[in-house]
Design a protein around this ligand. Structure first.
Ligand SMILES: Nc1ncnc2c1ncn2[C@@H]1O[C@H](COP(=O)(O)OP(=O)(O)OP(=O)(O)O)[C@@H](O)[C@H]1O
Ligand SMILES: [Mg+2]
Length: 252
């Protein structure tokens, strides 16, 4: 059974058909990339999966459950975490606090328990801190943990956003252009982190990405889109040499 399946997914904004009848499945354990020129519908697919947008037509299944119309807050609870094309962090908070906020979604205690800071709340707080420290270690963020986001270089912020998503202990991680704004060295590092996230943590990854080297290195399969439509789903080499993919990028 696939971890995520989209069937004939479409979304229209007035006259704009941002995504048109796109079907794809992502297997558990896969790194699946989505490529395509600007405006192809890549981010829109993430917004459909994370329930920021309502599909006009079609369906999405995650781990056997139809999630096409579930409430937005349920998405993270089910185990889907994401990053955004432009990082969305709390600028005035430290790295540590941003990551602790990321854990919030897993809070299982009631407000009554929290007011009295009962043992259950204390245990939960400890387990959040442990999860956060594990992710800080994993992504080598120790030297930044007490720094305010607004003072950090862009490359570090991008990693903090990935770290925050990982604090949710997701089954599926959606990364929207993780390498944009990174220098070549940071992009190389990202490729190693992705391998760790996928292989050591066993997290399935869907990545929207323009850097074809990173896509080739990191992905098992690639889906190419243009103008909201599916061109092909194949291995990275085959997608890169697909005539329609080349035409979409280069024009006729
Ligand atoms: N909320 C919205 N309202 C109207 N149009 C939208 C909305 N969201 C996306 N679109 C349109 O849908 C199309 C696909 O946009 P999308 O952001 O998915 O592209 P993308 O493939 O992520 O491009 P990029 O590589 O530039 O990030 C574009 O024409 C965009 O203008
Ligand atoms: Mg986009």
């Amino acid at each position: 059974m696939s971890l995520l399946s989209a069937t004939e997914l479409s979304v229209h904004f007035g006259g704009i058909k941002a995504v048109q009848e796109v079907s794809f499945s992502v297997e558990e354990g896969e790194v699946f990339s989505i490529v395509g020129p600007n405006g192809a519908g890549k981010t829109t697919i993430f917004n459909l999966v994370s329930r920021i947008y309502d599909a006009t037509h079609g369906s999405i299944t995650f781990a056997g459950q139809d999630i096409t119309r579930i409430a937005t807050h349920k998405v993270a609870e089910l185990g889907i975490a994401r990053t955004f094309q432009n990082t969305e962090l709390f600028e005035r908070e430290t790295v540590l606090n941003n990551l602790l906020i990321g854990c919030h979604i897993h809070r299982k205690t009631s407000w009554m328990e929290e007011i009295f800071f009962l043992p259950s709340v204390q245990r939960q707080e400890l387990s959040f801190r442990k999860a956060v420290e594990d992710v800080i270690d994993l992504l080598d963020l120790q030297s930044y943990r007490d720094q305010v986001i607004g003072n950090l270089p862009y490359g570090v912020r991008k990693m903090v956003e990935i770290a925050r998503a990982l604090c949710l202990k997701p089954k599926l991680l959606l990364l929207d252009e993780p390498s944009s704004g990174l220098n070549p060295e940071e992009t190389d590092d990202l490729s190693f982190w992705l391998e760790d996230i996928n292989q050591d943590l066993g997290i399935t990854v869907i990545m929207v990405e323009h850097d074809m080297n990173l896509v080739s290195q990191a992905s098992h399969r690639v889906m190419a889109l243009a103008d909201g439509k599916l061109i092909t789903i194949d291995n990275p080499q085959a997608v890169q040499s697909h005539p329609e993919v080349l035409r979409a990028y280069l024009g006729d």
